[in-house]
Design a protein around this ligand. Structure first.
Ligand SMILES: [Zn+2]
Ligand SMILES: [Zn+2]
Length: 544
């Protein structure tokens, strides 16, 4: 048996794992990653699905654990290269279809089979059982995967609280009474988290106290898929006689899914159409909005910038009912500061009890390890440090260190029914989704954007005749460089050198032949004056 993580180890996001046994393969999840940088015009990062489909020709059955973007967001891009059969629970299926519509329009074909908890799906050498777990999106599952070559427990994102805790632990016990678990793969996102987790009831009580205290509008930003939190806000809006408004396309998509599947708290008419917000008294307004991670065009960011139709005024209360995804802290703080400047009161830290994580903390991870007692352990879903912490827990729970494998994306973990080792490594590129065009761009373009952002740009304009010969002196125009006299002088010196070079070259050849040389000359000469290599863009202007 082989297990190959395509993404999701050593990082938070892009969860995708290939499992091969007896000549057949399945894939668990197909997620995106939120880019580790800002300001480069990229929203999400996806795997090289073409490379994946070409390399693993028999991997065409996909099992989805839940509907979060880091588990399903890659599907619209994957189905452009192969046509997998997809198994997913009801909520995840609807999210997948909505994601495909937003990326591909209405013209796409997708083969999704909706599974129910307890279903055992047979495919090739596999039998995959869906077991319900609690997490921050409805219909989340752990998978128990049986094969002739061994059994795998895949505990993807989960937390061990809420109504599914006991049934989940009971099912683990039943499984353990019947069979061994050879390999456990498990969520490590909060493997460093020692503190006691808040329950949803604690969060509800805390939010209630803020609803009581609020003087003016209440604005709550949260993850769009956090339906249980949205339901709490609906409950509180009803209790306090408020009118509830929803802002943000993603939130509306999730609310529609929740409503159609019967997961939404009956709102009793408290949710009002957008058009009524201007006629509603400030102290009666509750607004749920997108942007808990301060995404660029999200509602909370627009509210903070004053570009939203609703205005933030003194004594409004803004609650961030969400955790901060590592890497987003700075933009979230910028948003918070802008809101505060407008006079709003802000509740954003975990200390205020307005959010509880959807991921298991150390105590909960320990309980899963203790109950499953696997022979081998592979921590998943987490940065390097989270994976290491999780291994530490596994060792404390009696799994020998040599049986714990911290993998890298692309590693091929092999298990022969007794011994395990990493044999091969696959290297796949990654692609970035351009936020303006939606097209995929590669590392080279990202590098160019980085250079242009960090070091500036120089545009080299060459005016040529129809035969490609220079007819006037080359011109250099700087962008994102200082406008000092020294820079102007350096550029004009380079212009003279380029002119001399062009005059010397053979008159029979088109100047386009020397593009690389001309660009290099500009970079080289500029570097002599400044220790900096700006990006050079060449612009030919043809004149008769
Ligand atoms: Zn996840
Ligand atoms: Zn999740």
């Amino acid at each position: 048996m082989k297990i190959i993580p395509i993404g999701g180890v050593g990082e938070i996001g892009m969860n995708m794992v290939l499992i091969n046994s007896g000549g057949s393969s399945i894939v668990v999840d197909c997620g995106v990653l939120f880019p580790p940088f800002q300001h480069l015009g990229v929203d999400t990062v996806v795997a090289d699905y073409k490379g994946f489909c070409d390399t693993f020709k028999n991997a065409r059955t996909l099992f989805i654990t839940h509907g979060h973007e880091d588990h399903v967001g890659g599907i619209p891009y994957l189905i452009q290269h192969c046509k997998p059969k997809i198994y997913a629970t009801a909520y995840a299926s609807e999210v997948i279809k909505a994601r495909c519509r937003s990326v591909l329009g209405n013209d796409f074909k997708i083969d999704i089979k909706v599974v129910k908890f307890g279903d055992k799906i047979k495919t090739g050498n596999f039998e995959v059982e869906y077991i319900q777990v609690d997490h921050s999106i409805p219909d989340s599952s752990a998978l128990f995967i049986r094969t002739d070559e061994g059994n795998i427990f895949y505990v993807a994102d989960f937390r061990l609280s809420g109504r599914n805790k006991q049934p989940f632990l009971n099912r683990i016990k039943e499984i353990r009474n019947e069979s061994e678990v050879d390999i456990l793969l498990s969520d490590s996102t909060n493997a460093h988290e020692e503190s006691e987790a808040l329950s949803e009831e604690d969060v509800l009580a805390s939010l209630d106290s803020y609803f009581k205290k609020a003087k003016k509008k209440i604005i709550v930003t949260l993850f769009s898929s956090n339906i249980s939190r949205i339901n709490q806000i609906i409950k509180l809006s009803k209790k306090h006689g408020k009118s509830l408004f929803i802002s943000g396309a993603n939130l509306k998509i999730h609310l529609n899914i929740a409503r159609s599947l019967g997961y939404m708290e009956p709102d009793g008419g408290c949710i009002r159409p957008d058009s009524e917000i201007s006629k509603t008294a400030e102290e009666n307004i509750v607004l749920i909005c997108t942007g808990s991670q301060a995404e660029r065009y999200s509602s909370i960011v627009r509210l903070s910038q004053g570009t939203h139709s609703l205005k933030i005024n003194k004594d409004d209360l803004v609650i961030f009912s969400s955790s901060q995804i590592p890497g987003n802290e700075k933009v979230i703080m910028e948003t918070i500061n802008r809101l505060s400047e407008k006079g709003a009161e802000i509740v954003y830290s975990d200390d205020y009890g307005v959010h509880c994580s959807g991921h298991a903390n150390r105590k909960e991870l320990r309980e899963v390890l203790k109950n499953i007692r696997p022979k081998y352990f592979i921590p998943m879903h987490g940065e390097q440090i989270h994976l290491k912490y999780h291994v530490g827990l596994a060792i404390e729970e009696g799994i020998p260190e040599k049986n714990c494998f911290v993998l890298k994306n692309g590693d091929e973990f092999n298990y022969d029914g007794d011994k395990a080792k990493v044999k091969n490594h696959y290297k796949f590129n990654r692609y970035y989704v351009d936020s303006v065009t939606g097209e995929l761009i590669d590392d080279v373009v990202i590098k160019e954007r980085e250079i242009a952002g960090e070091m500036g740009l120089i545009v080299l304009t060459l005016v040529i005749d129809s035969k490609g010969q220079l007819i006037s002196k080359p011109q250099l125009l700087p962008y994102g460089l200082s406008k000092s006299a020294k820079v102007q002088e350096v550029l004009s010196g380079i212009e003279d050198k380029l002119f001399a070079f062009c005059k010397k070259r053979p008159k029979t050849e088109h100047l386009a032949k020397d593009i690389q040389e001309l660009k290099s000359q500009v970079k080289r000469e500029f570097r002599k004056a400044y220790d900096n290599k700006p990006e050079v863009i060449l612009n030919f202007v043809e004149m008769e």
